[in-house]
Design a protein around this ligand. Structure first.
Ligand SMILES: Nc1nc2c(ncn2[C@@H]2O[C@H](COP(=O)(O)OP(=O)(O)OP(=O)(O)O)[C@@H](O)[C@H]2O)c(=O)[nH]1
Ligand SMILES: [Mg+2]
Length: 367
């Protein structure tokens, strides 16, 4: 799972990135087109359930689910379109954390010399819509030349794709994101490789400098319809300073400022909710491990996140819920209460499921 931290210049992206990833080493830095810079760090998803499981099963090795954060700078208000390499980076993330400036500081220039949350959000959404429109139009052009040339693909296939991209064009023209267009499985396949920016979920983070600026999170994204957005407010600068303190000082300051949880927990919780993500657990090979899946993942697909052989050779999933295990105290009691289940291919994995996959290994690995 990769989340890109984006926003207008000097809105606080790097400050938030530092607060989120303070305990982790950046994995690398890439310079894109001179102007943009990308920092990457992989962090563990905090989850008390996995700690409980490791104590319960007396397994020392714990693997949390992982999230990659990328601090993506280089989106400006004075460029006609995104440089190609920046667009590639943006199109490869699973979701955006869109930082919006909500702090007042005369020493830090705002590109438009004013603070206006909704206007800033809409500037960036406009840029995303334009970038997607260019991609759609480029695809339509290449489909047209494919049609004109003849030979190659079946004409009905080309026509089918043309209709689809015209539909996307129409949606973008009327300020609907690509994500608002209902696509069937075949259409999703045709569209997925393009990484349309307006089809990705976006968590809007108002970067405030004062608690009083944090109250109202209801944001009007104006003319942009049906985008999958959610908004929260936080004080990135303070959060970054707190992230650098030791545990007891951090707790003191968090209490002082009425913060109920660390910034990493808050961001991840909201990102999971917005993207309908779930965690399931596996226990075995001396290890308790958490895995992240999207909301509608069935048992074989979940098995595939562990290993592709488990998906292709999927037979059944042994399932019990974390809540049942915790409240009943042992696997035997869960079984005795009839809450341990064998599930098949259609089963939609639930958040907190503890799963053991039964599968037949591929033939070439069998003796
Ligand atoms: N007063 C105040 N300053 C802040 C706050 N958040 C960030 N800053 C400051 O704003 C400046 C810009 O913050 P960055 O985090 O570097 O912003 P950025 O979005 O990464 O900037 P670019 O990468 O250059 O686009 C820094 O000097 C921060 O210390 C805040 O809540 N209040
Ligand atoms: Mg920065």
């Amino acid at each position: 799972m990769k989340l890109g931290i984006i926003g207008l210049p000097q809105c606080g992206k790097t400050t938030l990135f530092s607060a989120l990833t303070h305990n982790y080493n950046p994995t690398g830095q890439k310079v894109v087109d001179g102007r943009a810079q990308i920092d990457t760090a992989i962090v563990s998803v905090p989850d008390e359930r996995i700690d409980w499981l490791s104590t319960h099963y007396r397994l020392k090795k714990i693997s949390h689910a992982k999230i990659t954060f990328q601090d993506i700078s280089g989106i400006t208000t004075d460029q006609e379109s995104f440089p190609r390499s920046l667009l590639t980076i943006l199109s490869q993330v699973d979701g955006f954390i869109h930082v919006v400036r909500n702090f007042h500081d005369l020493n830090i220039p705002h590109p438009m010399q004013r603070i206006d949350i909704e206007e800033d959000i809409n500037i960036l959404l406009d840029e995303f819509a334009i970038a997607d429109m260019l991609t759609v139009d480029r695809r339509l052009e290449s489909l047209k030349s494919e049609w004109d040339k003849g030979g190659g693909r079946n004409r009905s296939e080309i026509e089918y794709e043309q209709k689809l991209f015209e539909q996307l064009h129409g949606a973008l023209e009327t300020n609907y994101g690509v994500g608002a267009v209902h696509l069937d499985k075949q259409q999703q396949k045709l569209v997925s490789g393009f990484g349309f920016l307006t089809s990705k979920p976006m968590l809007i983070v108002l970067n405030s400098d004062d608690k009083s600026h944090m109250e109202n999170c209801l944001i009007n994204t104006g003319k942009h319809n049906n985008l999958k957005t959610a908004a929260i407010s936080l004080m990135s600068k303070l959060e970054m300073e707190i992230a650098q303190l030791d545990q007891s000082d951090a707790s003191f300051f968090m209490k002082e400022y009425g913060m109920s949880e660390p910034v990493l927990d808050k961001i991840i919780k909201n990102a999971y909710k917005m993207m309908s993500l779930k965690s399931f657990f596996t226990v075995g090979n001396n290890e308790v491990r958490a895995w992240t899946i999207t909301g509608d993942t069935n048992a074989p697909q979940a098995a595939g996140t562990i290993h592709s052989d488990m998906q292709s050779g999927f037979i059944r999933a042994e399932v019990m819920s974390f809540a049942n295990l915790k409240s009943l105290g042992s696997e035997a009691s869960v079984k005795a209460a009839g809450k341990w289940r064998l599930e098949g291919k259609e089963y939609i994995v639930q958040d907190g499921d503890i799963i053991n996959i039964r599968f037949s290994p591929p033939r070439n690995n069998q003796n």
